[in-house]
Ligand binder design. Structure first.
Ligand code: GLA
Length: 754
């Protein structure tokens, strides 16, 4: 609902509200963002600055914008805090309130930026400046979020250079800490938390893309907020290019939050009569801690960001050939992998890099989307037919935005690649970016990717991008608009093709990409233990339905860690399950374990992908839960074991305290080779640790691990359900948790009571 009374504006629903007013001098004063309140509550929020702090600022005779909490601020009007907008030096970007418009829907962005969709109401505030310019602030109210964006219109008769243009600005009061998510390739989503002080904190990307260096999403939380209590706000930007956010506290205790496109190298020449539209900034609020905030964010993303066709639509369990084959495959090798993948329960076979042109390594062929007939003599359609006969859907990898200099495309169109002005060729993963601001480049990509999708009856596309570039400079935003145009043209007419975005893993994990691709490859770091932390941190800002997380080989190629297969599966459940290693060497026990994993995931897939997600208390390690409709599935993930471990408990949440639940651990199988020579203590014969008996036992002998059953009320379980003992070196008991380092268990909690 939007309410307007005496120059006070309130956007409000049962979860959230946003309030501001127009001051007597035409400024916009921020009043409130948070719990649902009434329009007459204005007086409770408006700051009282008495006679001010001595040194007043602002145009003569006006109030003190320097001290006001504001919705937008102008350079040169006495506000010394960060300004959301900068134009040519000689034109002050100073605006005053003029009028408003109301809409009972979202208002379309015209320049091609993606935006949130679905049920919403929008308020447009129109501000003008004496120098024939207008500013339009759009506030859109969704069920669990408010979005903001700004549009600048040049109504003068000359061109204006926009040097900085934020999507939103807001001054809130209170004591807050900021959490940002930083990292690198195979090290995404490392949280950094700091008090918001007077020096401010900038969360910005300048690589041309949203980047793994600094994810655009961030959180503000009260210092004593917990997973379940306290005020926590989540922020994000629906944009995949260079982003910028800054939070800074003023002397008066106001925190200014600005969000938008990074002003670094930004420059946009706006002709007379033209407008510049900024990406949509997203804000959610909760008084129920980090958990409440992320639940609101997840709901917003699942319902208003993910393409409509994929709302609540279950995602397939896939097999991807990359880590198993890399560039070295033939059609018959792929088909034998596909047969095994089908036997395990996979639904989709994804052919990754290496299928086109002379792409036999990452040094050549990128850009040439003609099938490599040596590897695939029957083309895409021949492979798809064989996969189809096996009952598998077909998925295909592309990296359409980049080109290898050693490719036919580059030889024909060297001018299509973005090169630095000084003539020095700077490569990243042996690639250059194609200039997506050029219509002919966009046409080439649209034609080639569409042709391959149709030829191979492809139902899933992995859209990779491995070349970040600071050389894009002022054209970075044009590039991103070009990218959105290409994605819209390819996937708009093919909504049922599932798109998974990837950028050397999670280098472009953002809401802009999620508007086209319902899921994103979380990280090239497929070590289960490392990626568990990445998934856990992603869960603060993104729902599990968006997080691609595959089971990979052990020992792992990046860490040499030998993580138990059960844990590798259990971790991937809390994301989108897939398998990505050579299946040829699976033992019968491993085959059984994986079949169990896939069957289990399919049974609870809707919960894992769309259920309500909670991070649980855990004495050590990580614990997470998904739930819905009388069923909860909880996971507990450990790192290193300790000798003589203490008692442990699982702390599920969100159960009905009065109902009786049954808890059952997921059946997982243990490989007997884990025990090496220790087996001699339980076998009647003497065995060598690496001898044939142990090896054979490892292939065929199945040991149940950690069976736990318990019937109790929700109240009892939420107080902490006691867990089976862990292995203590004193013998085998089928109820014990036996997996050693990096062990984990999954517990299914169900009630029959309605
Ligand atoms: C990137 C991706 C990987 C894989 C390779 C293929 O690194 O992140 O998943 O697709 O490219 O070259």
């Amino acid at each position: 609902m939007i309410q307007i009374k005496n120059n006070v504006f309130l956007l409000k629903n049962e979860n959230i509200s946003y309030m501001f007013r127009v001051t007597k001098d035409g400024n916009l004063e921020h009043l409130h963002f948070g719990a649902p309140v009434e329009i007459d509550d204005e007086d409770a929020f408006a700051v009282r600055y008495g006679v001010g702090w001595g040194s007043t600022g602002g145009p003569e005779g006006e109030e003190f914008p320097m001290y006001l909490p504001m919705e937008w601020s102008s350079l040169g009007r006495g506000d010394y805090r960060e300004s959301p907008m900068e134009l040519d030096q000689e034109i002050p970007a100073a605006f005053k309130y003029t009028s408003y418009k109301e809409y009972d829907h979202t208002v379309a962005i015209e320049c091609g930026l993606p935006q949130a969709h679905g049920d919403a109401e929008t308020l447009e505030i129109i501000m003008t400046s004496p120098s024939q310019m207008s500013l339009h602030l759009f506030y859109t109210l969704f069920d669990t979020a408010v979005t903001r964006r700004a549009v600048f219109r040049n109504e003068t008769r000359r061109s204006i250079n926009v040097e900085k243009m934020m999507s939103s600005m807001m001054d809130i009061q209170g004591d807050y800490e900021i959490t940002t998510y930083n990292g690198a390739w195979i090290a995404e989503m490392q949280p950094y938390r700091a008090k918001v002080g007077m020096s401010g904190i900038v969360n910005e990307s300048t690589t041309g893309f949203s980047s793994a260096l600094h994810n655009p999403g961030f959180i503000l939380s009260e210092p004593d907020a917990t997973e379940t209590d306290g005020v926590v706000m989540g922020f994000n930007l629906i944009y995949s290019g260079n982003h910028y956010s800054r939070v800074q506290r003023s002397n008066e205790g106001l925190i200014r939050i600005v969000q938008g496109i990074s002003p670094v190298s930004f420059d946009w020449l706006l002709g007379p009569g033209k407008q510049f539209e900024t990406p949509e900034a997203v804000m959610v609020w909760s008084a129920s801690g980090f958990g409440g905030m992320s639940e609101n964010m997840h709901r917003f993303i699942n319902e208003h960001i993910i393409p409509q066709y994929w709302h609540n639509r279950e995602r397939p369990v896939l097999y991807n050939d990359w880590e198993g084959c890399m560039f070295d495959f033939t059609e018959s090798k792929l088909i034998s992998l596909a047969k095994k993948a089908k036997e395990l329960g996979c639904e989709l076979f994804v052919l990754d890099d290496g299928w086109f042109g002379e792409r036999n390594s990452d040094k050549a062929g990128l850009g040439d989307y003609n099938v490599n007939k040596k590897k695939l003599p029957n083309g895409l359609s021949g492979l798809q037919k064989k996969l189809g006969d096996l009952g598998l859907d077909f998925g295909l990898w592309f990296e359409p935005e980049a080109v290898n200099p050693d490719s036919d495309l580059f030889r024909k169109h060297p001018d299509w690649a973005i090169q630095s002005d000084d003539g020095v060729t700077v490569l990243g993963r042996n690639e250059l970016l194609l200039d997506l601001s050029l219509p002919e480049v966009r046409d080439y990509i649209v034609e080639n990717v569409s042709r391959c999708i149709d030829e191979g009856k492809v139902s899933y596309v992995k859209w990779d991008m491995n070349r970040h570039s600071t050389a894009l400079g002022a054209s970075a935003h044009r590039y991103i608009l070009g990218l959105y145009d290409v994605l819209r043209r390819i996937f708009g007419p093919r909504p049922e093709v599932l798109l998974e975005s990837c950028s050397s893993g999670g280098n472009r994990f953002d809401l802009g990409m999620l508007c086209f691709s319902p899921q994103i490859w979380a990280s090239d770091n497929t070590d289960a233990v490392e990626r568990c932390r990445i998934q856990y941190q992603l869960s603060y800002l993104y729902p599990l339905s968006t997080i691609g997380a595959h089971v990979s080989a052990a020992p792992h190629s990046q860490t040499l860690r030998d993580t138990p297969l059960s844990t590798r599966g259990n971790i991937s459940f809390f994301g989108l399950l897939g398998y990505e290693f050579d299946l040829a060497d699976l033992t019968p026990v491993e085959t059984d374990e994986i079949k169990n994993q896939i069957a289990f995931y399919k049974k609870y897939r809707n919960l894992f992908q769309f259920g309500s997600f909670r991070r649980l208390k855990a004495a050590e390690g990580i614990s997470m839960q998904v739930s819905g409709d009388g069923t909860a599935v909880a996971g507990l993930f450990h790192e290193l074991v300790h000798a003589a471990p203490g008692y442990e408990r699982l702390y599920p949440r969100g159960l009905d305290p009065k109902k009786v639940y049954s808890v059952l651990s997921r059946r997982q199988l243990l490989n007997a080779t884990k025990f090496g020579g220790l087996l001699r203590h339980v076998l009647p014969i003497r065995v060598k640790p690496d001898g044939a008996v142990v090896r054979t036992a490892g292939k065929i002998y199945r040991m149940n691990d950690a069976v736990r059953e318990c019937d109790a009320t929700g109240a009892a379980l939420m107080s902490g359900m006691s867990l089976n003992a862990r292995f203590m070196g004193t013998g085998y008991d089928p109820s014990m948790r036996m997996q050693g380092d990096f062990s984990s268990n999954i517990y299914v909690i169900t009630t029959e009571e309605t």
